[in-house]
Design a protein around this ligand. Structure first.
Ligand code: PRX
Length: 655
């Protein structure tokens, strides 16, 4: 038995003791939030609470009105104007923090850079001027498809500086996924890079970008940052090198004062239908919400070195690598590559090198580190760490305890933070100086946040019970809709329970009122913390000529939380040989990207359907997870499941 497994068992036993972790007294003494009154204050005067937070920002025209709530649309600070990039950069430089490091950037091959707030401001201004030269005006959309290099936050800030909403598309997405987002947002300019590094290889971003632009009509110019230096395809007249165009610009750019409710960005996320939803986030409320939560939940101090290890392509990176931390003038770490390049201790080497004090990452990463073993972190001095965070999916108590012990040395509070692309900011979370933690629980709603657990009929479930998580009050960073689709916005989030936001998550509350998140209740899978819609993967499978029908579910996976399990029915004449299952896998990668690659593909002559023809994914889930089958009485043909079940013993699992 390895030390890893013996430790795992010990931790499991601890969990059965229902251990709780009160704030360490030393931590509590200096914590940013020390007084539980904060909850009452926000509950009694929601607007006053948020107005106070908003007062810490720099406004061009101060707001007089805090909230107008015309459900399901909120406006926050609506008569105020400001500029987001000024709040993230200029005001810190003016306050004498120009030489403070904004980002310690670490490239995967081992190169690194420290970028100060002044340098980031100057490059942002140059990039903003370059965008203007390319014809971008206030309100025009800009698409961004980049690796984790400093030019990525720079590009986002530059867009914010001139009031051009941006949409960042994760660098791991395929050309086709990028094209769909460009088309929906009608982006005028695309910002990309020659490539990026991942596991020692070059990711051909520029080629994907070209393929995407070929499938859309709105993009006029492509601005290309240099990262790998390899040769890339080039379209003269359309493509422009960043070093050439941005490099020659002035390092000042007068910021555009925008309305509080001006769109800051769109971020596309998976839902239960094939088309990704363009989640709309606006300027002031979003910045107020992300800055306040960042400061209070991560207990940010002037000298902290804060590392959120997400990719900026996801909402976690938007809110907690870029906007929240920069608004607070925080020194951050940004890492380009994977945790096991060149070795499995890369993260811990980074923690030691930069003396990281606050680390924020996902349970899937923590479980991977558990699997790799404690010897990797043990090689490094990580005493600089004082607070740990988790996000993206439920963290199992065993992983929580391992994180607390092995990474945090038993001294760092662990904040398990629940939120979504749609919420923009963390909503259910401990406040580390006052909350007694329970491993696996995201604990309580943030001050001012209204969260409830309800049954099918929308009745609040008493403590001790489980149901659907809903949000009952508006919050400043909430989405302002789905881009160009009011109906879908109302249908998806606001129609299931009148007047309340339906998150799509199951939750229970224990007798102490602690929230325990229980995963998605809709057909959205969570693979390594990323939201992937079953429908999207199914559509991409069915677009292969050999496939007649496909049903996809998330199967429990010890590392990635869920792994994609695809049931595929072939068209007549095709047989499901090994060659075909890997071909289908690559087909999905081509359509969506490598995050959506099915781990297991099972060929089956038929799929279980109701009499009305709806695929019963619930049964497929039970089969894939090896669980007893639930109710099968609504099946059109009950023998189908038995056939699948018999075949499932041989499901191909070779990703
Ligand atoms: O199911 C919940 C899960 O992630 C979903 C939102 O995914 P996304 O929009 O990609 O944003 C992830 C990062 C904010 C939620 O509906 N989720 C997120 N955080 C937690 C979580 N589930 C349990 N515990 C969490 N802390």
């Amino acid at each position: 038995m390895t030390s890893e497994t013996s430790r795992g068992t010990a931790l499991e036993a601890l969990y059965e003791e229902r251990r709780t972790f009160p704030p360490p007294p030393e931590f509590a003494k200096t914590a940013n939030v020390r007084d539980r009154q904060v909850y009452d204050r926000a509950a009694q005067d929601l607007e006053g609470f948020w107005a106070e937070q908003a007062g810490t920002l720099e406004w061009v025209k101060p707001f007089t009105k805090v909230l107008s709530w015309n459900a399901p649309y909120a406006k926050w600070f609506e008569d105020g104007t400001l500029n987001v990039s000024v709040n993230c950069l200029d005001r810190h430089v003016r306050a004498g923090r120009g030489n403070k490091v904004a980002y310690y950037w670490e490239g995967e091959p081992g190169d690194s850079r420290a970028i100060t707030f002044r340098e980031l401001l100057e490059e942002t201004a140059r990039c903003a001027n370059a965008l203007k030269e390319l014809g971008v005006r206030k309100g025009d959309r800009v698409a961004i498809y980049m690796p984790m290099i400093p030019e990525l936050p720079t590009a986002m800030l530059a867009c914010a500086r001139i009031g051009a909403p941006f949409t960042v598309v994760f660098g791991g997405f395929s050309a086709e996924a990028l094209a769909g987002r460009i088309r929906d947002s009608e982006a005028k300019v695309l910002i990309t890079a020659d490539g990026g590094y991942r596991k020692g290889n070059i990711v051909p971003l520029k080629k994907n970008a070209d393929d995407a632009v070929a499938q859309s009509s709105s993009v006029e110019k492509v601005l290309v940052a240099r990262r790998t230096g390899h040769e890339v395809p080039w379209t003269a007249g359309r493509d422009v090198w960043w070093p050439e165009l941005v490099g020659k610009q002035k390092a000042e750019c007068v910021p555009e004062a925008v309305d509080a409710e001006h769109m800051l960005y769109l971020l596309y996320t998976s839902g239960t239908t094939a088309k990704p939803k363009g989640i709309v986030h606006t300027s002031a409320g979003y910045l107020v919400g992300t800055a306040a939560t960042h400061k209070m939940i991560f207990d940010i101090k002037e000298d902290d070195v804060y590392w959120c290890a997400a990719d900026i392509g996801w909402v976690t990176g938007h809110s907690y690598i870029v906007f929240g931390p920069l608004a607070n003038g925080t020194t951050g770490v940004m890492y380009e590559g994977t945790p096991d390049f060149p070795d499995k201790d890369r993260w811990w080497q980074i923690v030691e090198k930069y003396k990281v004090s606050v680390l924020y990452c996902a349970p899937t990463a923590i479980r991977t580190f558990m699997k790799w073993g404690p010897e990797h972190p043990a090689k490094h001095d990580m005493r600089s760490l004082r607070l740990l965070g988790s996000v993206g999916e439920p963290i199992n108590p065993e992983a929580w305890l391992w994180y607390h012990e092995t990474i945090g040395g038993g001294r760092c509070p662990v904040v398990d933070t629940w939120w979504m692309t749609e919420t923009g900011m963390i909503l259910i979370t401990p406040l580390p100086g006052i909350t007694t933690l329970k491993p696996g629980s995201a604990t309580f709603p943030f001050p001012g946040v209204g969260a409830d657990v309800v049954d099918e009929d929308g009745r609040s479930v008493p403590l001790g019970g489980a149901g659907y998580l809903v949000l009952t009050r508006p919050w400043p960073a909430m989405l302002r809709g789905i881009y160009k689709d009011d109906k879908r916005y109302r249908d998806t989030y606001w129609s299931r329970f009148e007047g309340r936001f339906f998150a799509g998550d199951g939750a229970k509350r224990d007798e102490g009122g602690y929230f325990w998140l229980m995963g998605r209740v809709d057909d959205v899978m969570k693979v390594s913390g990323h939201r992937i819609s079953t429908t999207e993967v199914e559509s991409s499978l069915v677009s292969h000529p050999a496939v007649a029908e496909a049903a996809v579910i998330g199967r429990e996976d010890p590392i990635t939380g869920q792994a994609i399990f695809a049931f595929v029915t072939l068209r007549g004449g095709s047989d499901g040989g090994d060659g075909l299952s890997s071909e289908l896998r690559e087909h999905v990668v081509g359509k969506i990207g490598s995050i959506a690659r099915p781990k297991t593909i099972m060929f089956t002559p038929e799929l279980p359907k109701t009499r009305s023809g709806k695929i019963m994914r619930r049964l497929l889930r039970d089969i894939a997870n090896g669980q007893p089958l639930g109710d099968t009485t609504t099946l059109a043909d009950a023998t189908v499941v038995e056939t699948i079940r018999a075949a499932s013993a041989q499901g191909r699992d070779d990703a």
